[in-house]
Design a binder for this molecule. Sequence first.
Ligand SMILES: Cc1ncc(COP(=O)(O)O)c(C=O)c1O
Length: 420
Amino acid sequence: MNNTNIPESVFVKAAAEYGTPLWIYDRATIEQRIKEVQVFDHVRFAQKACPNLSVVALARKCGCVVDAVSAGEIVRALKAGFKGGIEKGKTPEIVYTADILDRDALELVKQYNIPVNVGSPDMIQQLADAGVKNELTIRVNPGFGHGHSRKTNTGGDLSKHGVWHEQIKDCIKLAQQNGMWITGLHMHIGSGTDFEHLAQVCDAIIDAARPFGSHLRTISAGGGLPIEYHEENKGTRIDLKKYYELWNNARNRIKETVGHDVALEVEPGRYLVAESGFLVAEIRAVKKQGNNTFYLVDAGFTDLVRPSFYGSYHQISVIARDGRPLTETVDAVVGGPLCESGDVFTQEEGGFVVTRKLPKAQVGDLLVLHDAGAYGAAMSSNYNSRRYAAEVMLSNGELKVVRERQTFEQMMQNDRVIDF
Ligand SMILES: Cc1ncc(COP(=O)(O)O)c(C=O)c1O
């Protein structure tokens, strides 16, 4: 039982045709999630969650604008059809949001006239020194944060993100001294599950908006809209209406302060793509270590790192390749192929390996990790010289390749053997 809208036969067909490990994205799910969030004036897709060009292009087709956090993401956004530049009265299609401007990014920001959402005061001077005199927006760290693990905390004095709230006035002054205006305020704190906390964030953005006066034209709620990863809680979704209402109230309060309309943006990654994605692996070994059963699969943390990195939970299902009914269950640990003890999909934060009740499987069966569309393929690596897996999209009932499996040659193409 895979507990999705996609029939098991599609997973079996995809694995047979494209091999494993394999990413599958469901186009309809992405379209549906984008539609849900489009109560906001602008939905800026945080492509870092899933930068596959087809996914970025789909977001564009559905009316999203896009966020870029690196030179590479600017290039991807352009390649997917987004345009650089700032047009009066229009929200920019691409915004560069980061805590630094590395030299690659600075060059592309300048070349394509990409507006910057600054996360450090130094970025303002660097833009001015490079002759970039665009309007800016500013990501503010309000002095407190939130996040699904300590590694994802987005604010407070131990977070590297954003301009410290007490430095806003200095940034406005620095921008003005250099002939630039700060026209937008951004707060990525990610408190979509905790409305009490979100109310605090909204109060903080109202406070932060005061020094901007009439120059302020946009506020952004950032990303952080959660999805439910545990299958037993799948019925409960974030109350998007309430989430929007809190932000809209903040926007209305800010409108009163600045004396004109203010656009309200949201910048989700996970919410738009997580549930669309599956990582399909093949079980290559079933073994006992003492009393514990291990399913070892051909995908590892080089493909999906979230369980190893954050102790994140992903729903797992097993599909019998030969179509036999899977009636018996077993408590199993699911591990990958890497030479790393931490290469285990069933672990909790802190690296504690746990078992999961799963159908009794045999070598050759498929094991599917659910809700893997966000920070899945995006965070893959070539560690252990493992190739990047192929990515396919289920679009109008058809499976289409959106990224070929990396070849061994491609993996080594930039290595050089020096003359010894
Ligand atoms: C500035 C910014 N915006 C948006 C996002 C997207 O967050 P999420 O995928 O949780 O919606 C992130 C994630 O790190 C971020 O740093």
